[in-house]
Design a binder for this molecule. Structure first.
Ligand SMILES: [Mg+2]
Length: 223
């Protein structure tokens, strides 16, 4: 039983860590706290390329920090602030005890994503970690989900992909033949998209629902 899970804003609370860092960062430049809102919006939950965000920061804050230094700060300085909901840890443990093989499938740089996993101690709760930079393919490309399934010795069509991003995680997982669980973080599903199999606000809720439904929920409902 294959369970693939996104990292940022699914297993770890990347948004809270980045928001806190953004506040420290604008203060360190002598800027008002309100400027953190611009930084958080421009970051787009980490989807804005780091170099592009670094250039925008240089322009807006007129800092003489180099692009390299800013990219480095953007990649690593919030990692120490990352947290994981204890309920997510419980849900992962429960899924594993129920016989699921769990793989993290994450877009990002190998160094940054590995550091995040080490910082929160996630390694012991999962069976494989697949990072886009390492594999040279990123979500939503179905190939990255195939790589993860291979690593776990599982067949793709009988598994799940859980994540917070409608395109990278849900459309991507769906295109690989997976059932999908959307961690909504309180947001509404985009009306023009094919709906995920399961939707809930938190990762723990989605994980618990998937474990409850099992590997082939559609067939179970039909028969
Ligand atoms: Mg995510």
């Amino acid at each position: 039983m294959l369970l693939l899970v996104d990292l940022d804003n699914t297993l770890v609370d990347r948004a809270s860590a980045f928001n806190l860092w953004a506040m420290h960062f604008v203060r360190s430049l002598g800027r008002p706290d309100s400027e953190a809102e611009w930084l958080i919006a421009t970051d787009r939950d980490g989807y804005e390329p780091r170099e592009s965000l670094a250039r925008a920061i240089r322009k807006r804050f007129k800092t003489n920090k180099s692009i390299d230094a800013l990219v480095n700060a953007l990649l690593y300085e919030h990692v120490d602030l990352l947290t994981m909901d204890p309920l997510t840890i419980d849900a992962l443990g429960n899924a594993r005890e129920s016989g699921w093989k769990i793989g993290i499938v994450t877009n990002g740089t190998t160094a940054q994503q590995t550091l995040k996993i080490e910082t929160v101690g996630l390694g012991r709760y999962v069976d494989a970690v697949v990072i886009s930079e390492t594999e040279r393919v990123k979500k939503p490309d179905p190939e990255i989900f195939r790589i993860a399934a291979d690593r776990l010795g599982a067949d793709l069509p009988s598994g799940w992909m859980i994540g917070d991003h409608p395109t990278a995680d849900i459309a991507g997982g769906r295109s690989a033949g997976l059932e999908t669980g959307w961690v909504s973080r309180g947001m509404d599903w985009p009306a023009d998209r094919a709906v995920p199999t399961v939707t809930a606000t938190t990762a723990a809720e989605v994980l618990d629902a998937v474990v409850h439904l099992g590997p082939r929920p559609i067939e179970e409902r039909i028969f």
